[in-house]
Design a protein around this ligand. Structure first.
Ligand code: FES
Ligand SMILES: [Fe+2]
Length: 459
């Protein structure tokens, strides 16, 4: 049996009890305090990051036994490790002696971690293996309380590793619900349904983490905020609606929509006019200089196979957002990492494909992965900077104490515009803020709850 240590006991009341959440988040508006108040941020670090499933890492980042990578769950530093038996764990990257960061490396492979401060040594199961000069301790150093804390529940969905401290949380698969179908579609066009996560493009902005999530499914801002990228792509897109060029007309007249699937998760779908043929995805890829050259080279090298291969370089035209900290967009995995109430990391991990069943051949895989990088450079470099500028300027605007509300009521109250479906999902036109109203219901539910949180240690 593994020891569970309950946290958040009644003797330690949560700061969340101090707020009237129904006042702070209403159907059509949210109060500035939820983006600016350090006490609310602190409550989020247990009620959201810990209270629900949080994305931690991808299995391809720790493919072998004893591989590890350092990550965070909210503000908790973690070591995500695959131990010698293959079990994936979320160890607290915090020495149980006096609390220093145990592992200072970003990633690596090791059976044990030695604390840089006084040399306590821990197995990668989290168990304390030994301490220097143990004769100096009268205590029994085999007491489990000296083993590293770890996330009590770590589960994966098709390679995506999530963790929660909430021992009452639904199993991950159930929690994700119907959005798994879209994650499957995002994965299944790749050979064997697999991707490998690559190095990241890292951004940091001076703004609250929710500003990024509030933007993740926002089709309203694109024509204005991303105007320079839109104009660039328009020049290459010709008559075709693809990439940013989707947004050059009134976006709600275009073949795209948003769907909310529950638990804060939603996606923007630009696939209704995707042609199901080899080259169909490639035809929708964001246009950029040099594309014709790549296409011609693929045709020259791979003949009939060329367009099917080019589809593997293009991206599924859907943005999938998993509350609170994960977005799949293009071929990227984006992760939002809160730093403080007014600072956030927005990290874009590239992905590449692997030749799972050996059908593609090494040359084709190398060419596809090189082209994936080219096709995917546009938005993270030229679009994300626009978004981050908005987030920082919102944070500044919200420092105006007397002007209290942000509005999210686009599409609300127009008969027939927002639709609820038999499976409970909600759809709305691309520019509606229905996605934001819905993820804030989940945010509020979590902030109002008293989550049953625990950590565990090896016995
Ligand atoms: S703080 Fe880690 S051994 Fe002292
Ligand atoms: Fe944007």
């Amino acid at each position: 049996m593994t020891a569970l240590e309950k946290i958040g006991s009644p003797t330690r009341p949560s700061g969340a009890a101090l707020y009237d959440w129904d006042y702070l988040v209403q159907e059509d508006r949210a109060h500035r305090l939820i983006y600016t108040d350090p006490a609310i941020f602190e409550a989020e670090m247990t009620h959201i990051f810990g209270g629900t499933w949080t994305y931690l890492a991808h299995e391809s980042e720790i493919p072998h036994a004893n591989d590890f990578i350092t990550r965070r769950m909210g503000l908790r530093p973690l070591i995500i490790v695959r131990d010698a038996d293959g079990q994936i764990r979320g160890l607290y990257n915090r020495c149980t002696h006096r609390g220093t960061t145990l592992c200072r490396w970003e990633k690596g492979n090791t059976k044990s971690f030695q604390c840089p401060y006084h040399g306590w040594n821990f197995l990668n199961t989290g168990k304390l293996r030994g301490v220097p000069w143990p004769e100096g301790y009268a205590a029994d150093m085999r007491d489990p309380k000296y083993n590293l804390a770890q996330v009590p529940r770590v589960e994966s969905y098709r390679g995506f590793i999530f963790g929660t401290l909430n021992i009452d949380a639904l199993p991950l698969r159930e929690h994700l619900g119907t959005i798994t179908a879209i994650i499957d579609e995002w994965l299944d066009r790749n050979p064997g349904g697999k991707v490998v996560v690559c190095e990241a493009n890292r951004f940091r902005y001076k703004g609250n983490w929710k500003l990024a999530y509030d933007n993740s499914c926002d089709g309203y801002h694109v024509a204005y905020s991303h105007r320079s990228l839109l104009e660039t792509e328009n020049r290459f897109a010709g008559e075709n609606a693809k990439g940013m060029a989707y947004y050059r007309n009134s976006p709600d007249t275009q073949p795209m929509y948003m769907r909310y699937t529950g638990h804060g998760n939603h996606f923007k779908d630009k696939r209704p006019n995707l042609e199901k043929r080899p080259g169909g995805l490639w035809a929708m890829e964001s246009p950029h200089p040099g594309m014709e050259h790549y296409e011609a080279e693929f045709i020259k090298r791979y003949g009939d196979r060329a367009f099917a291969l080019l589809d593997l370089a293009g991206s599924e035209p859907v943005n999938i957002n998993i509350f609170p900290n994960l977005s799949l967009l293009g071929n990227h995995i984006q992760v939002f990492e809160p730093i403080s109430v007014e600072e956030t990391n927005a990290i874009w991990y590239g992905t590449m494909i692997v030749d799972e069943d050996g059908k593609l051949g090494d040359d084709a895989v190398t060419d596809i992965n090189a082209l994936r990088m080219r096709t995917q450079e546009g938005f993270p470099n030229f679009g994300e900077v626009d978004d981050i500028a908005n987030f920082e300027q919102i944070q500044r605007g919200l420092m105006a104490i007397e002007d209290e509300w942000v509005y999210m009521h686009r599409g609300l109250g127009i008969p027939g515009r927002v639709k609820t479906h038999a499976d409970g999902s909600i759809t709305a036109p691309a520019t509606d803020e229905a996605f934001m109203r819905e993820h804030f219901k989940e945010w509020k539910r979590l902030m109002q709850a008293r989550p049953n949180l625990a950590i565990r240690r090896e016995p």
